[in-house]
Design a binder for this molecule. Structure first.
Ligand code: GTP
Ligand code: MG
Length: 220
């Protein structure tokens, strides 16, 4: 009887676990974000920004929310190690792409990489959140400016591809991508100061729950 009740209790109080990957160029602020999330949601605070160095590999952090555990994987963004990201695509429930909204020089590089993430078939139906980080900096581009910058960049890329011979291929790919861009959620945060971080976690919490329900519906 005890085991039966214990089993029932465990079943009823069991928390579902979801994996979220945090990717983006080196220096975008991914680890600073992960450590801020830990500070906000865990008893043990995360590292302070002055203790954070470039990530070579990955960092992991878990937080507990009502009936849910979110497990974050912060993956190194340096050019030579970006190819490890795709190894996480199959098992993730959400993707966070962090862009440094304060670094205009590297926005093009950031979009080039973002575009290759969007084209990965494993994450086609996975919730994707674009975070415009470093909003505390006065020169930082706003959420709207970031969205426009990406749309302009994408438009320019399409136009130059149209001059190319692979026209049909580009058109097919472009319409799929356009849909994703149109429904793309962009939020502004300061990983350093914490502004917007809770809202981003709330978004993830809701979206992983919803997409799980959709998957269940699809399976029945
Ligand atoms: N002003 C400002 N600086 C930030 C913010 N977030 C991160 N930084 C700074 O940006 C630099 C890079 O931050 P990291 O968190 O190490 O960047 P990362 O994306 O993890 O970089 P990699 O590990 O190399 O991929 C550090 O100097 C941070 O203090 C922010 O919201 N505002
Ligand atoms: Mg890092």
């Amino acid at each position: 009887m005890y085991h039966l009740l214990k089993g029932l209790h465990e079943h009823l109080t069991r928390k579902e676990e979801f994996s979220v990957i945090i990717i983006g160029l080196d220096g975008a602020g991914k680890t600073t974000l992960l450590e801020k999330i830990k500070t906000f949601y865990n008893d043990t605070p995360g590292l302070s920004p002055d203790k954070i160095g470039p990530t070579v590999g990955q960092n992991m952090g878990k937080i507990t929310l009502p009936s849910t555990i979110l497990q974050f994987w912060d993956l190194g963004g340096q050019r030579g190690i970006r190819n490890i990201w795709s190894k996480y695509y199959d098992d993730c429930h959400a993707v966070v792409y962090v862009i440094d909204a304060d670094d205009r020089e590297r926005l093009g590089e950031g979009w080039e990489v973002f575009d290759s993430v969007l084209s990965a078939p494993q994450i086609l139906g996975v919730p994707l959140l674009l975070l415009a980080n470093k909003q505390d900096s006065p020169q930082s581009l706003s959420v709207e400016e970031i969205r426009h910058d990406y749309e302009d960049w994408h438009q320019r890329k399409l136009e130059s591809a149209r001059r190319d011979v692979r026209y049909g291929e580009v058109e097919n790919e472009a319409s799929a991508r356009r849909e994703r861009i149109a429904s793309l959620d962009v939020m502004g945060i300061s990983a350093l100061e914490g502004a917007g971080v809770r809202a981003a976690v709330d978004w993830l919490f809701i979206r992983v729950q919803n997409s799980r329900r959709e998957t269940q519906k699809g399976a029945t």
